[in-house]
Write a protein that binds this ligand. Structure first.
Ligand SMILES: Nc1ncnc2c1ncn2[C@@H]1O[C@H](COP(=O)(O)OP(=O)(O)OP(=O)(O)O)[C@@H](O)[C@H]1O
Ligand SMILES: [Mg+2]
Length: 112
């Protein structure tokens, strides 16, 4: 299994979700996040407000996937969240050693 983690602009969430609904994605975790990238200290715009603070509001997505699905999930996030402006975010993929579905005790890819 793989863990795809993405940090995207908050308003991109709807488009990412819509993209996942067209794919066979079983679940996702969404959290509020904040951070900065390469333009540390430079201005970013969020909901019409300019942020010149250290941390810009972002949305964090976590998707556990089968090994074979991770790349296309990461690509779908990029395609859905890209505005071609600074601050579009990052997506990365990690190997996952184990996962369990708590209700059924299923393990591994069956647990996703
Ligand atoms: N190296 C990193 N490690 C962890 N999180 C990061 C890293 N870089 C960026 N992020 C997270 O992603 C968010 C968006 O990053 P951002 O898109 O600004 O990256 P960037 O490299 O500056 O790209 P761009 O030039 O397009 O702005 C940041 O606010 C932060 O939450
Ligand atoms: Mg940036």
């Amino acid at each position: 299994m793989m863990l795809v983690t993405a940090i995207v602009k908050p308003f991109a969430l709807g488009d990412v979700r819509a993209a996942f609904e067209r794919m066979d994605i079983a679940g996702m975790t969404v959290s509020e996040a904040s951070g900065y990238g390469r333009q540390r200290g430079h201005t970013e715009v969020y909901r019409g407000a300019e942020y010149r603070i250290d941390f810009v509001p972002k949305t964090r997505l976590e998707i556990l996937t089968r090994d074979d699905d991770a790349e296309r999930v990461a690509t779908a996030v990029q395609d859905a969240a890209r505005t071609d402006k600074i601050g579009d975010g990052k997506v990365w993929i990690l190997d996952v050693e184990a996962a369990y579905r708590i209700r059924t005790c299923e393990a591994g890819e069956d647990a996703l």
